[in-house]
Design a protein around this ligand. Structure first.
Ligand SMILES: [Zn+2]
Length: 423
């Protein structure tokens, strides 16, 4: 394959090159090149730099040319926290939320995660796949090139395996890259809640049956637990994540979303790749994250959709030196969005992150949280040619135009996977 492509005409080329992950002041370093160029060859980036320098390379002469007309070029977004596979929206809960019912009240009324579980178990693999394909096309249209996908709406052996097998099939059938996470420990399913010592027996099902099976079939890279009130205790979370680790599934955690449980400390102790949500973190938790290599992944879409005013303390995390990441948390209950540009807008206005910090959090730091920072998350020679082109001439306009998708083109491994239709 000799498919080379020379991209020029970028008003700003955000390379995000250099040290990964980004912490503190370095988080806002975008490695920007004005009037830069990128040369792509066989799905990889072969050179990045000033236009004149790149154009003079012998490979550049024979390459196909793409002038992006003064737009902004950056690495494709890495969405490091999604619940991609689900059967349907939960719009029936939307007005209850607006009227002020809490997430936990809705769960008690038979809504919430268990509502999605009921729908997923009843859905065919074909229907789930069709819905996911539609969502993946939308992710691509918003500049995302890699996403993590969690199971967790099955909560029995057959349904959890059905979701994880779909991750594998979807990864092969469409161009975006999926990173699979096993989240059997989302909540305790209804049938176990009715049993004596139900939670304990469900944890045993996860650790003795499901985790070994998931590992044997190679269906996930990560193991995640929702550690919170109404979900799993810190003790159970440790048991599950340690068993996952024994089976080569690296830990991640849903931590301190509704209540502070100490899940962050657990994540740091276990060397988790990521610790997500963090609305309720304490100062001690922030210090622990700052000293660790666990990414603090913030999900402002959740608080926005639920109408909560208490967002995660992004500034304190950045200033302490934690590795901050951003993700959509695409899911039907708390964050029904595929839009990383919208997440950047929320990061800026609600988390008080600068546009530059938000972009680094959504690219190189997110890639680090998926243990793929050597392949993706920045535009550097040797990395995958995953790029997004936005129809703006200043990168700050990506979050500035909130609710508007200014993505113009998305390339995965050098191939256009989305291109805005010409008006
Ligand atoms: Zn989640």
């Amino acid at each position: 394959m000799t498919s080379s492509l020379l991209i020029t005409g970028a008003s700003q080329l955000l390379t995000l090159r250099g040290k990964a992950p980004r912490r503190g002041k370095y988080l806002s370093d975008l490695g920007m090149i004005r009037d830069g160029a990128v040369l792509l060859c066989s799905g990889l980036i072969s050179a990045v730099g000033a236009r004149q320098e790149i154009e003079a390379l012998p490979e550049a002469l024979s390459a196909e040319k793409l002038d992006v007309g003064g737009r902004v070029v950056l690495p494709g977004f890495v969405d490091s926290h999604t619940h991609l596979i689900h059967a349907a929206s939960r719009v029936e809960e939307y007005e209850l939320k607006i009227a002020g019912a809490s997430y936990e009240e809705i769960a008690r009324k038979g809504g919430g995660i268990l509502n999605s579980v009921k729908k997923l178990r009843a859905a065919t693999a074909e229907a789930l796949k069709k819905r996911a394909h539609g969502a993946l096309r939308e992710f691509a249209a918003h500049g995302t090139t890699t996403l993590e996908a969690k199971s967790g709406y099955g909560l029995d052996v057959a349904s959890e395996l059905k979701i994880l097998r779909l991750h594998k099939e979807l990864n092969a059938e469409q161009p975006l890259e999926l990173v699979s996470t096993f989240l059997g420990a989302h909540v305790v399913p209804a049938e176990y809640r009715r049993k004596h010592a139900g939670a304990e027996r469900y944890v045993a099902l996860l650790t003795e049956t499901l985790i070994p099976e998931v590992a044997k079939e190679g269906l996930a890279e990560f193991c995640d637990v929702f550690c919170d009130r109404g979900a799993f205790s810190r003790g159970d979370s440790r048991k599950i994540l340690e068993m996952g680790r024994q089976h080569s599934l690296a830990p991640r955690l849903h931590a301190e979303q509704l209540t502070r449980t100490g899940a962050t400390q657990l994540a740091v102790q276990l060397g988790a790749a990521s610790c997500d949500h963090l609305e309720q973190v304490s100062k001690t938790d922030i210090r622990a994250l700052a000293k660790s290599n666990t990414v603090a992944t913030l999900l402002p879409g959740c608080d926005f959709h639920l109408g909560l005013r208490h967002y995660a303390p992004a500034r304190a995390l950045i200033e302490a030196g934690a590795i901050v990441g951003l993700a959509t948390d695409y899911n039907p209950g708390t964050s029904p969005t595929v839009s990383m540009p919208m997440i950047l807008s929320l990061a800026c206005t609600q988390l008080r992150m600068t546009p530059a910090e938000a972009i680094a959090a959504a690219t190189i730091n997110a890639a680090y949280s998926l243990r793929r920072n050597r392949q993706i998350g920045s535009l550097e020679a040797g990395k995958q040619a995953d790029l997004a082109v936005f129809d703006v001439n200043d990168y700050r306009e990506i979050p500035y135009y909130f609710g508007l998708n200014t993505c113009w083109m998305t390339l995965k491994k050098g191939r256009a996977v989305f291109q805005k239709a010409h008006a």
